[in-house]
Write a protein that binds this ligand. Structure first.
Ligand code: MN
Length: 405
């Protein structure tokens, strides 16, 4: 909602029963993870997924233990309704995540959303884009009559007049909204500013302690995760994010980055999530396959090079003790493999580890011979892959190369 530009409102509906006291949950520092890969993420150009792909991603998000899955926008198309309904049926059981859908602030959207998510075990309905307090009140009230959990979302809150924002959020809360979302829809905010926005909402909306404040950030300035972390420090207890940070324009806050920041810097933030971090790499690969959007190699947490070390001095240090150059272990996020990239900067130690990982047992003399050939090859080729290493072994003429039994 931007004061003055006349945008309509919209919302989210989900199905399933939520424990009655959720909105009164005492603050134990747990930040709920609201995944919108299947809604905001799928809205990104070229990211459209088929029903089977959406189901596969939803099942994997459940294994990852996200708290809420926003499965789609049921009023947008028959296909979207069907996908949300199927996910609500298959994934939204009593022990699964909450399933929700997006709806604009009108009864048709809300009803479509409700019928789609009703089979799941928990209910949620969020509203965004309402400029008119009366429309907010009637929409939230209508959603509540359906028995839904209601998330009200004030679109473009970060650029709205704070007094009007507080007024609209107060109306939504009084009509029964259980989560209040203050999105930075256009990715304009900065961490200090966005943290202050959340703090302002918590200070100026009566009854705010009974509901969950949610953050929703976009990455137009590369600040989505930083802004989400600032919001959590200011008291937001739900963060909306996507796998691999996919989403409209520059994308949403990357789930894996936000989660691992809290995980790795737990003492600093004093906050945590319920995410099963060992499922992060697998989830990232699945979403990449289903959307056709590649993950850049230098992407934090899930990029191919995120745990790779090529420089010889780094490789030697990592092999002696991974914590030398790693602030978290690759295993924590579900990476398998040695994670060493061999190139012209690599040393003997890395070559020995790599060859052993590939099944070769070399004497020191043999390793020296192979190392010379390896350096010759690395001068001509940017990266030496596993196939190259096997080839170096075959070219060796001493006949003493052997595979370990
Ligand atoms: Mn968004």
């Amino acid at each position: 909602m931007t004061a003055g530009n006349g945008k309509a409102g919209s919302g989210r509906a989900g199905s399933g029963k939520r424990e009655a006291g959720r909105e009164f949950r005492p603050d134990d520092g747990r930040v709920q993870i609201f995944d919108t890969t299947l809604r905001d993420g799928e809205q990104a150009p070229g990211c459209t997924m088929m029903l089977e792909e959406k189901l596969a991603v939803a099942h994997q998000l459940a294994r990852l233990k996200v708290d809420v899955i926003e499965a789609g926008f049921p009023a947008a198309s028959e296909g979207d309704w069907a996908a949300v309904h199927q996910i609500a049926c298959d994934v939204g059981g009593a022990h699964g995540p909450e399933i929700c859908g997006l709806a604009r602030a009108n009864e048709r959207d809300i009803d479509r959303c409700w019928t789609a998510v009703e089979p799941a075990a928990k209910h949620k309905l969020g509203m965004t884009r309402s400029q008119v307090v009366a429309a907010v009140a009637s929409s939230v009230s209508h959603a509540r009559t359906l028995g839904a959990q209601v998330e009200f979302s004030a679109e473009d809150a970060a650029r709205s007049d704070p007094t009007f924002l507080h007024e609209v959020l107060t109306a939504a809360l009084q009509c029964g909204a259980t989560t209040l979302n203050v999105p930075d829809t256009v990715g304009y905010s900065t961490p200090d500013e966005y943290g202050a926005l959340v703090a302002g909402v918590r200070a100026n909306v009566p009854g705010i302690e009974r509901v969950t404040v949610s953050a929703h950030c976009h990455d137009d300035l590369g600040l989505a995760v930083a802004n989400s972390l600032a919001a959590a420090r200011a008291g937001a207890r739900q963060v909306e994010c996507t796998i691999n940070g996919i989403g409209e324009r520059a994308g949403n806050a990357a789930l894996e980055e936000f989660v691992m920041a809290l995980h790795t810097r737990g003492q600093f933030f004093g906050l945590h999530t319920s995410i099963e971090t060992r499922e992060l790499a697998r989830t990232s690969r699945l979403v990449s396959q289903c959307t056709g959007i590649n993950v850049p190699p230098n992407k934090a947490i899930v990029g191919a090079n995120a745990f790779a070390h090529e420089a010889g001095i780094h490789q030697d240090g990592v092999l002696k003790n991974r914590l030398t150059y790693e602030i978290m272990s690759a295993e924590t996020v579900g990476w398998d493999g040695v994670g060493l990239v061999l190139g012209k900067h690599s040393g003997r130690h890395a070559l020995r580890v790599k060859t052993e990982a590939l099944g070769y047992a070399l004497t020191d003399d043999e390793l020296s011979l192979v190392f010379v050939r390896f350096k010759e090859l690395a001068d001509r080729k940017k990266l030496v892959d596993e196939g190259d290493i096997h080839a170096l072994m075959i070219r060796e003429e001493t006949g003493s190369m052997r595979e370990m039994s």
